[in-house]
Design a protein around this ligand. Structure first.
Ligand code: AMP
Ligand code: MG
Length: 714
């Protein structure tokens, strides 16, 4: 969930003229992999046109709820100290604005980059640092050649240029590669693009909640892959190949690797910027050379940032409204994969299954007995001569059974030609090579028709089905061997609270055993999801932040317990609020205090109450259907039924109540204490009694709705 859904790579150009109408090299090219699907590279004739197209792509991806990584092939920063010399500060984004205020550019490609470079050179006493120009006799402040430029007051290269072994410097304005010119004329564009909604600049700005991340990248990192592609297709345009391969390479990179590549940076990157992938050229080249894998379906789109928004101005949200909001906001986020049928129990079908073969495939006998043609029976009690041989399961009888004769036949045997009816062995007498039985047997008795259970090609099970052991029998019988399923949803579980220690440990005064984590991990596993244990986290903002980061990297969804309301030590809700994607859901529900729902680095977080009873009830009522939907199983409401109450209760209006309950002698009894601190009540119970939102007077024998634990797959 930390990754990107779409990748855009921009091959920039500093050309002073409009590029030809026919797509050609040394112009601007855009490579785009949109939601996992590579697009044709786009050719832009001018920088103005390119900027418009890039802005449109950013907006389209944002609107579709997809996270975009946009890479540009020119430096985002200058060597250390340069920024301060120009702007007086160390914020490289101010330098972008400084340039944007001075650089002019237009549809013809005419621009003033040499004038601006000359102004910049004037800030230094010795010649340079910018050098190289198109006209020897113009811009006296710019040396024509590098000879004589001493990089003593500013380094020639940035730290990342050295790591990436790039041959170019951002001070070289002319002669290939014209990196210096590209940056002078590209940074003003970035200064505008970064102000579009949801855009952030890597590595200068925190970007975990950004919809577009702008990053510097360098196609030289995958040069061996580019060269190999051009050798295979000598007619291809190098720039188009570069952006195409680089966007594909990044789109194939596992989210964790990409995240690590973007996080592990030296301090210099904060001022000088960094080339994404510097030091990882080999890995990127390998990814660029991977053959496209058409069998891999595209990743599903991520959740929208506002997916947990609740109606504004509502003080207490009724349970039904909260459930409806969750159902509307969530969609499957698990990828699709194949799984062998024997491993399919608990997996979720990602595609409907149709019968490859009828079940049963052939007409066969349902019993051990004797088979014959009903139409040829004589009047009265039949006596039929037996023909030699027999038909058994797996050992069919070859050849026809003539009318008026019978054949020994066993359960599961294919009906031989001429047989449509079987008389049960127990109903016959045998002797002298004949069988005798009573008149009156019905035509077709004890015979199973071919396809009577499932016809070949019939719909067997729908997409979203959570496969039971019985389903495996059905799927096997219609010929399925490999199943298209969703990857198991990865659910991270962590407990918060300074008071918690591990079960079985030695408790000091004030400490309690962490009860929620073993409960939630086991419940997740029972739901067929991958439970990831993230441990216990103290009530400390930084520790929790680090734990959520780690959880978001390893899992699709995060379940926390404790710290979810609005108190001093309620760091879960504080952090989610800080991340800007938190909703404090005050649900009219007992037991259960506010449920904190939010996104952390793209991963939905269910901040459950700390109280084990409330934590489990919230898990069953809210997390179960929501996780099911995210996992691909669709929205599943638990099935309940009415039973007479074995208790009396006067219920106040205003919130729905779930009582720990069980059925004895056909009546629902409830746990003696309603206190939500009573962990024993959860074990005592075998289900929940659901009392409606409004007021209710329940007398002994009144019907109440009982939902067995089994309906929650608990
Ligand atoms: P909190 O929501 O953090 O205010 O916690 C509410 C109550 O639940 C407090 O009494 C906590 O000690 C208790 N609690 C929190 N987390 C757990 C846990 N993992 N296991 C058992 N009790 C817990
Ligand atoms: Mg707590």
């Amino acid at each position: 969930m930390t990754g990107f859904d779409s990748i855009l790579i921009v091959d920039w150009s500093a050309a002073s003229a409009r590029a030809p109408a026919r797509p050609s090299r040394d112009a601007i090219w855009l490579g785009l992999v949109r939601a996992g699907a590579p697009q044709e590279p786009v050719y832009c004739r001018t920088r103005i046109e390119a900027e418009q197209r890039i802005a449109a792509i950013m907006e389209a991806e944002r609107a579709a709820g997809r996270r975009l990584l946009a890479g540009f092939d020119f430096p985002f920063g200058y060597p250390s100290g340069f920024c301060r010399r120009v702007t007086g500060g160390d914020d490289p984004l101010e330098l972008w604005d400084w340039l944007a205020a001075r650089i002019t550019d237009n549809e013809t490609g005419a621009n003033n980059r040499f004038d601006v470079a000359e102004t910049l050179n004037a800030l230094y006493r010795s010649p340079g640092p910018f050098w190289g120009k198109t006209h020897k006799d113009r811009w006296p402040g710019i040396p024509y050649a590098k000879a004589g430029v001493a990089y003593d007051s500013v380094p020639e290269n940035r730290a990342c240029d050295l790591v990436a072994k790039a041959a170019s410097s951002c001070f070289q304005l002319c002669y290939h590669p014209t990196v210096g010119s590209q940056a002078l004329i590209g940074l003003p564009m970035l200064s505008r693009l970064r102000r579009l909604p949801g855009a952030r600049v890597w590595p200068f700005q925190p970007a975990h909640d950004a919809s577009t991340v702008l990053a510097e990248i360098w196609p030289g990192l995958i040069e061996p892959a580019v060269r190999a592609a051009l050798k295979r297709d000598p007619g291809a345009i190098r720039d188009a190949v570069q952006v195409d391969l680089l966007s594909r390479a990044l789109s194939r990179m596992p989210a964790g690797d990409l995240h690590a590549m973007m996080s592990d940076l030296p301090p210099a990157a904060q001022e000088e910027a960094w080339i994404l992938g510097a030091g990882h050229a080999e890995m990127l080249t390998d990814l660029a050379q991977q053959a496209p894998s058409p069998s891999q379906p595209p990743a599903p789109p991520p959740l929208r940032n506002d997916c947990f928004a609740m109606p504004a101005g509502v003080e207490w949200t009724p349970v039904e409204d909260a459930l409806a909001a969750l159902q509307a906001a969530l969609h499957p986020i698990a990828r699709i994969t194949d799984c062998p049928l024997p491993e399919g129990s608990g997996r979720i079908l990602a595609a409907p299954v149709t019968a490859l073969r009828a079940s049963p495939p052939h007409a066969n006998s349902a019993v051990d007995g004797y088979g014959f043609a009903h139409a040829a029976l004589p009047p009265g009690d039949p006596v039929l001569p037996l023909i030699p041989g027999r038909a058994a399961a797996g050992a069919p009888f070859d050849g026809p059974v003539p009318g008026g004769r019978a054949l020994r036949i066993l359960t599961g045997a294919i009906l031989p030609e001429g047989v449509d009816t079987i008389v049960l062995e127990e109903d016959t007498r045998e002797g002298d090579g004949q069988i005798a039985f009573r008149a009156g047997i019905k035509p077709g008795a004890n015979a199973r028709r071919a396809g009577e259970d499932m016809a070949s090609g019939a719909a067997v099970l729908p997409e979203g089905r959570v496969l039971s052991p019985a389903d495996l029998a059905l799927l096997a019988s219609v010929g399925a061997g490999k199943l298209r399923v969703y990857e198991r949803l990865r659910v991270a579980v962590l407990s918060t609270g300074d008071e918690l220690i591990e079960a079985g440990g030695t408790a000091e005064r004030g400490q309690i055993f962490d009860a929620n984590r073993p409960m939630l991990l086991a419940q997740i596993a029972r739901w067929g999801m991958e439970a990831i244990d993230m441990g216990r986290i103290p009530d400390d903002r930084d520790a929790l932040r680090a734990a959520l980061d780690a959880a978001a990297q390893r899992a699709d969804v995060i379940l926390t317990s404790g710290g979810a309301s609005a108190g001093d030590e309620d760091h879960v809700s504080r952090l989610l609020t800080e991340a800007g994607a938190m909703q404090q859901w005050r649900i009219a529900l007992k037991p259960g205090r506010p449920l904190a729902l939010g996104l952390w680095r793209g991963a939905p977080v269910f901040g459950l109450p700390g109280n084990p009873v409330a934590a489990l009830v919230c898990t069953l009522i809210f997390a179960r259907p929501a996780l099911g939907l995210l996992a691909g199983a669709g929205w599943r409401a638990p099935q309940g039924f009415n039973v007479p109450a074995a208790f009396a209760k006067s219920k106040k209006p205003g919130r729905r109540e779930y009582l720990r309950a069980r059925i004895r002698s056909g009546r629902a009894e409830v746990f003696a204490s309603e206190g939500s601190g009573r962990v024993s009540s959860l074990s005592w119970a075998e289900g929940l009694v659901e009392l409606p939102d409004g007021a209710a007077q329940i007398a002994h024998g009144d019907p109440v709705r009982y939902i067995p634990y089994g309906s929650f797959d608990l």
